[in-house]
Design a protein around this ligand. Structure first.
Ligand code: HEM
Length: 416
């Protein structure tokens, strides 16, 4: 009897599966078709992730040429809409800005930026509004940026002096590492503005700057586990966890030291030889003031203060010096443009040994060169992704959608 029952069950199973498949197919095809952006073919589980290669912005640009300025790809299990025209970007950043105000949570950002308490990664809400208003009104207001003009001018003069002394050295140097000089210039300016001192001229300075460099590099690292959760174990193979933990610990010690130094200076306990500037308030001073004030209506916790300072390094260092490096590269590749620019600079400077920021304002050709550099070699070719706060663009996508905005639209693959 048991044998007969078994036989009946196993012979019915394929029929039942066939009926179920037909039912699902019929149900799915009877639903009205949803309109989704065009998509390139994808692999199971990883989606289009491994098609992106070493230069995702280039690959996405070439795909978007084929599939259009609004294209749907999949990073593992995450649906990602790639917008690559000015109109599409405007729809996302202006018309529907609130829906796309969030940035996706990533495990690395979360750990490096004190639980995403910084300006860029904090989720949309009251805190998001507060840190942005601190940034716009206090840290990066026009008046504040102007107040640090002397720092930019002093540091630029020092770099010019260095280059002059290199070229006057005997025997003359055959080459100068301009990349190193520009990186040091940017770091020194950001350090003086944000932390009240530069570190490049201190014995332990290179160690501090190395931690910041590793931090910026880690922010650009992708943890596959964020897209394909069951492949998260891969991060143990490349020591990503250990690297992040090491940098988090070292950064925190460094920032604790910076904050203590500022509090000591305020309380008159500063060591006069420690190199910290007495002039004006740097960004740490301003944030400590906000922390102590009751007028803002909210308390700025220590972790938030540290995360905001880290944002200034993450957002302000690589972006600035890579633009300068590319501008110099393009000028050397186009000597006729270099000559035209030199003529403008000489005309405006009129023999003065140093150029001030007021002079820069009069250099229209220089501004055009910088804009063209930004167009060809934009430092952030894939605008830091956004994540929709609403589920799905329509019923077919049931997850929160990631939005990536492709800024570069070169006539052909090139640039960055
Ligand atoms: C050539 C230099 C720079 C370029 C090309 C650049 C570019 C960008 C881009 C594309 C974004 C993302 C905007 C978005 O997703 O809506 C951004 C955000 C940001 N940048 Fe810059 N940036 C530069 C310099 C700086 C500097 C010097 C600082 C500060 C010291 C800074 C601070 C920030 C901050 C705090 C954010 C986050 C804003 C937010 O999430 O709302 N940036 N930047």
């Amino acid at each position: 009897m048991a044998f007969v029952l078994d036989l009946t069950f196993s012979s019915l199973l394929p029929v039942a599966l066939l009926l179920l498949t037909l039912f699902i197919w019929f149900y799915a095809s009877s639903k009205p078709q949803q309109r989704l952006p065009p998509s390139p073919p994808k692999f199971p589980v990883v989606g289009n992730l491994f098609q992106l290669g070493l230069y995702p912005h280039r690959k996405l640009q070439s795909l978007s040429r084929k599939y259009g300025s609004l294209m749907l790809v999949h990073f593992g299990s995450k649906p990602v809409v790639v917008a690559s025209s000015a109109d599409a970007a405007c729809e996302i950043m202006r018309t529907h800005d609130l829906v796309f105000a969030n940035r996706p949570k990533t495990s690395i950002f979360d750990r490096l930026l004190y639980g995403s308490k910084d300006i860029g990664a904090s989720p949309y809400g009251e805190y998001w509004r507060q840190v942005r208003s601190i940034c716009v009104l206090q840290l990066l207001s026009h008046k504040r940026v102007q107040s640090f003009r002397y720092v930019r001018e002093e540091e630029t003069s020092l770099i010019v002096e260095k280059i002059t002394s290199f070229s006057a050295s005997s025997p003359p140097l055959s080459a100068i590492n301009l990349s190193d000089l520009l990186m040091t210039l940017t770091n020194d300016v950001i350090c003086r503005v944000a932390l009240g001192r530069k570190y490049s001229d201190r014995e332990d300075g290179s160690k501090s700057m190395q931690i910041v460099k590793e931090f910026v590099e880690l922010l650009g690292t992708t943890d596959i586990g964020d897209f394909v959760p069951w492949l998260g174990w891969l991060r143990h193979l490349n020591d990503l966890d250990d690297k992040v933990e090491k940098v988090v610990k070292q950064l925190d010690e460094f920032l604790e030291g910076v904050i203590k130094e500022h509090k000591d200076r305020k309380n008159g306990k500063a060591n006069t030889d420690d190199g910290i500037e007495g002039k004006g308030s740097d960004l740490v001073d301003i944030l400590l003031e906000i922390q102590g004030e009751k007028s803002t209506g909210f308390t700025l916790e220590l972790d938030s203060l540290k995360a905001i300072i880290l944002d200034m390094f993450a957002a302000g260092t690589d972006t600035t010096y890579t633009v300068m490096e590319w501008a110099m590269t393009e000028l050397l590749r186009h000597p006729e443009i270099l000559e035209k620019l030199q003529t403008e600079v000489r005309q405006v400077a009129q023999g003065k040994p140093e150029i001030s920021e007021d002079d820069l304002d009069k250099m229209d050709y220089l501004k055009a060169v910088i804009k063209e550099t930004l167009r060809l070699h934009t430092p952030v070719p894939l605008l830091v992704p956004r994540e929709s706060t609403q589920h799905g663009m329509n019923q077919k996508i049931t997850k929160k959608v990631l939005i990536v905005i492709l800024v570069c639209r070169w006539p052909d693959i090139g640039g960055v």
